[in-house]
Design a protein around this ligand. Structure first.
Ligand code: SF4
Length: 364
């Protein structure tokens, strides 16, 4: 084994990840490492069979980030191709069903009542208006309809409205998702009984960096809501936002936490910070684009059977960067001209990009 491989391996504790990375490097440099015979597919199989055990430390995930770019993308794409049709994209549309005036202080969010962003608050939408928007999303080609409300947590009377909206949207033949803030176990079970397929609640960042971004609720609060969603039998949608001034180690820690949940989230949105004027992060430095692509690739490797969503921030990414993200394992996007309260890549542009890359919607 080469010195650099030894150094690399010395950073990773025993377990499948060690085998996985070694195996992948062997595939890449077969002539050097031909004496070792663990294949990439065997390593990914090991990942599947050990899926109930705690899976990752931050150091292990950081080691993935530190791979040479081509090695990382090769691994990520190999994992992607093993578990998914690499040319298929899951398309989700997102609607803000209750906008602004949120009491929380998430520093990236224009919907917080604490920041002057010029956003007009709007009450909870009527069910018929929500369903009309869902119909338009379906006609445009979306397969999942996500309803977002700017609440710390939903009131029970509001939840009744959302649940009826879920029933009617589901009846259109769409998958349903909601993001309504923190949930109790009873609320999660009520949403599940209404037929909600996915509940989104992002970890946002690492536990260590979390207090730099949000002070009005704890990381444990977030994990508790994810547990309630999981225990209620719904699919979990949970990811984070990068480019908020966090370190690579924070990005690795966030992915390690997500991948080591009792069941990794079925959907993992990776958002690039949208620097909305008036929010505390409006002047945050740009994250290096290769680092963003690395984050997608590491999410794919650590959560091989999850849908990894190239989420907010796409409207500022050029087509080549998006294509690299798809190669690195992103297989879901937010589709539609708006993302809650910010702009998204246009439907026309997305259709042209998908045609150019030979990508097709999961529904087709
Ligand atoms: S991210 Fe959600 S909880 Fe945080 S301020 Fe915005 S709407 Fe409120």
């Amino acid at each position: 084994m080469s010195i650099d491989a030894k150094l690399f391996c010395s950073r990773i504790s025993a377990g499948w990840l060690h085998q996985f990375i070694i195996a992948s490097r062997i595939c890449i440099s077969h002539s050097i490492h031909c004496c070792m015979s663990v294949s990439l597919s065997e390593a990914t199989h090991a990942l599947k069979v050990e899926s109930s055990a705690p899976r990752f430390t931050t150091a292990q995930v950081e080691a993935l980030f530190e791979l040479p770019f081509n090695d990382l993308l090769f691994q990520a794409h190999s994992v992607h191709r093993k578990h998914f049709d690499p040319n298929e994209l899951q398309l989700s549309s997102l609607l803000s069903i209750k906008t602004g005036a949120c009491p929380e202080d998430c520093k990236y969010c224009p919907q917080s009542a604490r920041f002057k962003t010029g956003l007009s608050a709007e009450r909870l939408m009527r069910i018929d208006a929500i369903v009309a928007a869902a119909k338009r999303a379906k006609q445009a080609g979306a397969g999942r309809f996500c309803m977002g409300a700017a609440w710390r947590s939903p009131k029970d009377k509001d939840l009744l409205v959302v649940e009826e909206a879920v029933r009617q949207v589901k009846a259109l033949g769409l998958e349903t998702c909601a993001t309504l803030g923190m949930l109790t176990q009873v609320q999660a079970e009520s949403l599940s009984a209404a037929g909600l397929d996915y509940y989104n609640h992002n970890l946002d960042t690492s536990e260590d960096y979390y207090a730099e971004i949000i002070t009005t609720r704890t990381y444990q609060d977030r994990l508790d809501t994810l547990a309630h969603v999981r225990d209620a039998g719904m699919n979990v949608c949970s990811g984070g936002i990068v480019g908020m001034g966090e370190s690579r180690s924070d990005r690795a820690a966030m992915l390690a936490t997500l991948a080591s949940l009792p069941t990794p989230p079925q959907s993992v949105p990776i958002n690039q910070l949208i620097k909305v004027p008036g929010t505390p992060l409006e002047n945050e430095a740009d994250l290096d684009e290769f680092e963003f692509i690395r984050t997608i690739a590491v999410a794919r490797i650590t959560m091989p059977t999850s849908y990894v969503r190239l989420s907010a921030g796409r409207e500022t990414m050029n087509d080549q960067m998006q294509a690299m993200c798809f190669f690195a394992g992103a297989n879901s996007v937010f589709y539609g001209d708006e993302l809650l309260t910010t702009n998204n890549a246009s439907v026309e542009h997305d259709r042209a990009l998908m045609a150019n890359l030979g990508l097709y919607s999961l529904q087709h």
